[in-house]
Design a protein around this ligand. Structure first.
Ligand SMILES: [Fe+2]
Length: 320
């Protein structure tokens, strides 16, 4: 998150118009206390603020999301960040795409541009820091020494602490329509896809292999929020700690093919997931990654246990 530190300008691709990051997500859930417990246990700094919850990374304090009370769990809106000089261009561009600009929703007044995506999900483009890294986030290997026990006692195990949001995977009835909308209107680009089942998109100014992804369902809905942790050990520590706290449903440990990241998904109280992710592929702002199609049976995961039968079920659309 180079720009947040403010020491050097974040990488950008000259000329092309595109958002550079996911800045924030806002979810509604019926019981905010459950969210406070879940996200706090996951390793985020979950701060109660009135009837809302704000979700920060523990290290830098950046606010990645908010959880607000609502009748059901749903994505209230997604805020994408762009460069300051690009916001006026985006205003013209979004309208030229035939997308109607809206007033901000009550309680979220801003100078950003608000509109609905192809499924009706509320989206904002606003000026904000580049939360995506400017280069690949290398996996950390803890140094080990010969002649001593290198693993601590379990009771002394360190806590997995996510460093940043990597990406969001959302359900959509129309994956190909989602690619078209997010490429055309927000300037994301396709990284990889499998038929009309799943698609992964990156940001053009240098980002992880995907900042947004879409999976096919009969309705919109959140599948997972993915959080970058520094090492395989952190993925394992996170999964173990969550199981110890009662969050023992999920999928992992494994490695994806599209994105190449190592993963463990922990099921949240509403049937979607938070992912511990490490070592994802990176698309620099200086290259044009060729978006390709991959056979679903080869592209989902390289190794790991089989996913639970309802892993791709959209509980926002109804029971499995
Ligand atoms: Fe993911």
């Amino acid at each position: 998150m180079t720009a947040i530190g403010g020491f050097k300008p974040a990488s950008r691709r000259d000329g092309a118009l595109g958002v550079h990051s996911v800045g924030e997500f806002v979810l509604t859930v019926p019981e905010v206390e459950k969210a406070e417990h879940f996200y706090g246990a996951f390793g985020l700094d979950a701060r109660a603020n009135g009837d809302q919850l704000s979700l920060h990374t523990a290290g830098d304090g950046y606010r990645w999301g908010r959880v607000v009370p609502g009748a059901r769990k749903a994505m209230h809106h997604l805020s994408f960040h762009c460069w300051e000089e690009d916001l006026p261009r985006f205003r013209t561009h979004v309208e030229s795409c035939g997308v109607k600009l809206l007033d901000p929703p009550p309680g979220f007044e801003s100078n950003g541009l608000w509109f609905r995506d192809m499924d009706g999900t509320l989206v904002e483009i606003r000026v904000g820091v580049k939360t995506q890294p400017d280069s690949r986030t290398p996996m950390q290997l803890a140094p080990t020494e010969t002649g001593i026990r290198n693993a601590p006692y379990r009771r002394n195990a360190s806590r997995a602490v996510p460093k940043r949001l990597s990406h969001i995977l959302h359900f959509t009835p129309d994956v190909l329509g989602a690619i078209r909308f997010y490429e055309r209107v927000l300037g994301l680009r396709l990284s990889d896809r499998s038929a009309d089942l799943v698609a992964f998109l990156h940001a053009i100014h240098g980002s992880d292999h995907h900042v947004m992804a879409f999976a096919k369902s009969n309705a919109p809905g959140l599948h997972h929020l993915s959080w970058d942790v520094p090492s395989l050990n952190d993925i394992g520590l996170g999964a173990m700690a969550m199981a110890d706290k009662g969050y023992d449903r999920g999928w992992g440990f494994g490695r994806h093919v599209l994105g190449s990241n190592y993963f463990h998904y922990v099921r949240d109280p509403w049937g979607s997931y938070c992912e511990y992710s490490s070592d994802m592929d990176y698309v620099p702002g200086t290259m044009d990654w060729e978006g390709r199609e991959h056979p679903p049976e080869d592209g989902f995961f390289l190794w790991g246990p089989n996913p639970p039968p309802d892993f791709i079920h959209n509980y926002e659309a109804g029971p499995a």
